[in-house]
Design a protein around this ligand. Structure first.
Ligand SMILES: Cc1cc2nc3c(=O)[nH]c(=O)nc-3n(C[C@H](O)[C@H](O)[C@H](O)COP(=O)(O)O)c2cc1C
Length: 427
């Protein structure tokens, strides 16, 4: 392939190397990567097996997804300060390893929300997943089961509670949003009981959708207002389009029959949230939902010590310290920043789970050493899903688990119980 370019004041044709790839930038310009002509070989992520970590899967997802969908996963609220802080916060502490500690065996298992999982990471709930890969929730649920960890299904999933319940015998958590139609919310709880879900979590940080400006730029709104460059990006990803059109109808599967917004359209989740979620909910509603469920129950989106204490008071089994992956209140503090104070206040009364910013095994070790029972990942599996469906999610989970195991050995710890604050250096 040739490109007509201007160099040294003259226009000329240049031949492009095979490793080149089209990439539609958010600005709408076409960003064309070519290997540097003379010097070092450019490392290009083209296949799943090239992906060794979350950042690699992110790059591949960016290549394989139409730009509006990639930015829907990748983006955060406002200036994305909190999105970035969620991961950067882990750099505020350093790990202190011990040596010669007999590491002939390794136990990464934890019991969280009443479930024994093989390693201390499980999948956060993410909505509309079939937009990112036609296998969507099915792929992630099966990959989580194969990796002996828990899967969480969003209220606004594209595969139903019943289907996911029957998909694997592995542990599953259902994420509840309380809708204006309270009957619908309680109906979810009954359906989860029938489908043998292991636990529930109530998300409390999404009474209104965050201001995700990347979606405004790409037109990922309701009704979709795709820009020319967004439409071009869909055209440049024919595989995605073909899979979207040839797989079953896209819908918010748990609500499809009840409310119009659930039926069919390539809908904006922001519009759904703003029209359906109930802003009048209080801790009393949380308490009632906990009682209606009667099993392990987490409050997801707790960020303050006061709310952590309230979660204890209403009888929750766990809190998920989370700011929704930086997608809601920009400028808010990071889950890892809040972890020590919350663990100190309620760590002996309730399970504390860290959700947000986890990209590396060392992040998990730091969170556990700080007092978290387990960590959750959202984008950590979503990028992989978008990059290559279930096999890619499997690889992402394998790589993360391998990192954790290797890091544990390097830390001189043979069990997650060995991780405590004595292993952390604070500035
Ligand atoms: C594309 C996307 C969709 C999400 N959908 C939901 C959802 O439906 N319900 C929910 O409670 N959290 C949702 N979240 C938030 C995740 O559960 C989780 O809190 C967040 O991804 C953690 O941050 P991380 O991506 O840095 O791991 C979503 C996150 C992303 C990226």
């Amino acid at each position: 392939m040739f490109l007509f370019t201007r160099s040294s004041g003259r226009w000329r044709f240049r031949r492009l190397r095979r490793s080149c790839s089209w990439n539609l930038a958010l600005s709408g310009t076409i960003d064309y990567h070519i290997r540097a002509p003379n010097n070092k070989k450019r490392v290009d992520i083209l296949r799943i097996k090239d992906c060794n970590n979350t950042a690699d899967f992110r790059k591949l997802a960016k290549k394989r997804l139409p730009a509006p969908l990639f930015h829907y996963i990748d983006g955060g609220a406002d200036d994305e300060i909190t999105l970035r802080r969620n991961t950067e916060a882990f750099n505020n502490v350093r790990l202190i390893p011990n040596a010669l500690a007999d590491l002939s065996s390794m136990n990464l298992g934890v019991n969280v929300l009443g479930q024994n999982i093989d390693w201390p990471v499980f999948c956060s709930p993410t909505g509309m997943t079939r937009l990112f890969h036609h296998d969507g929730e099915r792929a992630v649920c099966k990959a989580a089961y194969n990796h002996k960890t828990m899967y969480s299904l969003s209220t606004i999933s594209t595969v139903s509670i019943e289907e996911v319940g029957a998909l694997t015998p592995g542990p599953k958590c259902f994420q509840l949003y309380i809708h204006k139609d309270r009957g619908l919310s309680y109906d979810f709880i009954e359906r989860c009981k029938a489908a043998k879900f292991s636990a529930l979590c109530l998300t409390v940080d999404t009474l209104v959708a965050g201001n995700r400006e990347r979606d405004l730029v790409t037109g990922m709104v309701m009704p979709p207002k795709f820009t020319l460059s967004s439409m071009l990006s869909f055209m440049l990803h024919p595989n995605w389009g073909l899979n979207y059109l040839t797989s079953e109808k896209f819908q918010l599967a748990n609500v499809a029959s009840q409310i119009a917004e659930g039926t069919g359209k390539l809908t904006s989740v922001i519009d759904y949230i703003n029209s359906q979620f109930d802003r009048s909910i209080t801790w009393k509603d949380a308490e009632q939902a906990i009682q209606a469920w009667g099993g392990p129950f987490a409050i997801k989106g707790v960020m303050s010590v006061e709310d952590a204490q309230r979660a204890v008071d209403v009888g929750a089994s766990a809190i998920m310290i989370s700011n929704h992956g930086g997608r809601q209140l920009d400028g808010s503090t990071a889950p890892f920043d809040q972890l020590p104070a919350i663990v100190d206040a309620v760590g002996d009364k309730i399970e504390v789970i860290l959700d947000g910013g986890v990209r590396r095994g060392t992040h998990v070790l730091k969170a556990l050493a700080m007092g978290a029972k387990a960590c959750m990942i959202g984008r950590g599996y979503l990028y992989a899903l978008a990059a290559g469906g279930q096999p890619a999610v499997e690889r992402a989970l394998t790589r993360l688990r391998q990192e954790i195991e290797r890091d544990m050995i390097l830390m001189g710890c043979s069990s997650v119980k060995d991780l405590d604050r004595s292993k952390l250096h604070f500035d």
